[in-house]
Write a protein that binds this ligand. Structure first.
Ligand SMILES: *[C@@H]1O[C@H](CO)[C@@H](O)[C@H](O)[C@H]1NC(C)=O
Ligand SMILES: *[C@@H]1O[C@H](CO)[C@@H](O)[C@H](O)[C@H]1NC(C)=O
Length: 328
């Protein structure tokens, strides 16, 4: 028990939750333990799905042939991405000519939106006033730059630590995520590619952090509308411990490939991801062990053990303790 608390404490501090806020909940919790009433633990236990010895099934992995088949079935060419990389490496005219000759009819039917033009001169990034706190958040993700982003209506709250000091500010979403949506209904970051995807309704925007401009820029071929046979309108999105990119809405989830804009798998959320908080906002994975930090729309932080598939601890959060704003 001590070990878990210590591990979570370290995770929280590095993650950007104010230590004082956490410490007070920790003290509360320890008091609870001492009184041996443990109300929060009991709540946590009672609301959980029974797992027993039957661990949930694993999301099947697609082999290359199956994945390529799926990409082709959606009218795209799985080789396009490779060609794109080749061009970037060689910038060779002959290669370009060659590819033009290879153009196939299906490519004409599936014209992807062109990469939006990023203005050469950017307006300075202006932080919004800190006086008003949002009541709740729409989405959260920890980006590849190590900073955590909480979205609420048109605003995004950025939280990170620099030299041990919390850095908190908020911006208009479209000012920080250039060309981004006005509001965000779900967000996730692919830790392998470093790409952060924002969802607005059934539209997905892929972004990469730019160190020079200190902003997110749209990646290639984005934004994209979901294909018609994706029936999910994202309410929550997250990367699971196994690296799967999960987009869910209530009882259903899909494994979403943001680059190809398609679902590689769909099923019932509870079957594959038992005991997720019903009002899950997003997940921040610390790496290393199987601990997932889950934020909920009711402003709680839940610590989920992905070996046990259970929430093992939970803490209430005060919005003005963890994002840059003064009063709730
Ligand atoms: C969507 O359509 C493609 C192409 O017809 C198909 O291969 C794929 O299984 C469909 N996906 C879902 C989730 O129905
Ligand atoms: C999660 O649960 C497993 C199995 O009970 C345990 O071995 C592991 O230490 C737990 N992880 C953490 C971080 O508490």
């Amino acid at each position: 028990m001590r070990f878990i608390i210590a591990a979570v404490f370290v995770a929280l501090v590095t993650h950007g939750i104010q230590a004082s806020a956490f410490r007070s909940s920790l003290q509360l919790r320890q008091q609870n333990l001492e009184n041996s009433m443990m109300p929060s633990t009991r709540d946590v236990r009672d609301n959980q799905d029974y797992i027993g010895d039957d661990l949930p099934p694993q999301v099947p992995r697609l082999n290359k042939e199956a994945k390529w088949g799926l990409i082709r079935a959606h009218g795209m060419d799985p080789l396009i991405r490779r060609r794109g990389l080749q061009f970037q490496m060689h910038h060779s005219k002959s290669l370009h000519k060659k590819s033009k000759r290879e153009v196939k009819p299906w490519r004409v039917q599936n014209v992807l939106p062109k990469r939006p033009v990023v203005p050469a001169i950017l307006k300075p990034l202006v932080a919004l006033p800190v006086d008003v706190c949002p009541r709740e958040f729409d989405a959260v993700t920890k980006a590849a730059n190590g900073r955590t982003y909480f979205f609420s209506r048109e605003r995004v709250f950025q939280v990170y630590y620099d030299d041990g000091l919390p850095q908190k500010a908020s911006f208009l979403i479209a000012d920080l995520f250039l060309g981004g949506p006005r509001q965000v209904s779900a967000a996730l970051t692919n830790s392998r590619s470093g790409v952060t995807t924002l969802f607005e309704g059934r539209r997905a925007y892929r972004f990469r952090w730019n160190r020079k401009t200190k902003r997110f820029h749209l990646a290639r071929n984005t934004p994209q509308e979901f294909p018609r046979n994706i029936t999910i309108t994202p309410a929550t999105a997250f990367e699971w411990v196994d690296g799967n990119q999960v987009v869910s809405s209530g009882d259903h989830f899909m494994i979403y490939d943001a680059y190809w804009n398609l679902a590689t798998f769909t099923d019932h959320t509870r079957r594959y991801f038992p005991n997720l908080p019903r009002d899950l906002l997003g997940i921040v994975y610390q790496g290393g062990d199987s601990t997932l930090l889950m934020y909920t729309k009711s402003n709680k932080l839940k610590v989920y053990n992905a070996t046990k598939f259970k929430v093992v601890l939970e803490f209430p959060l005060k919005i003005n303790d963890y994002v840059g704003c003064l009063s709730a």
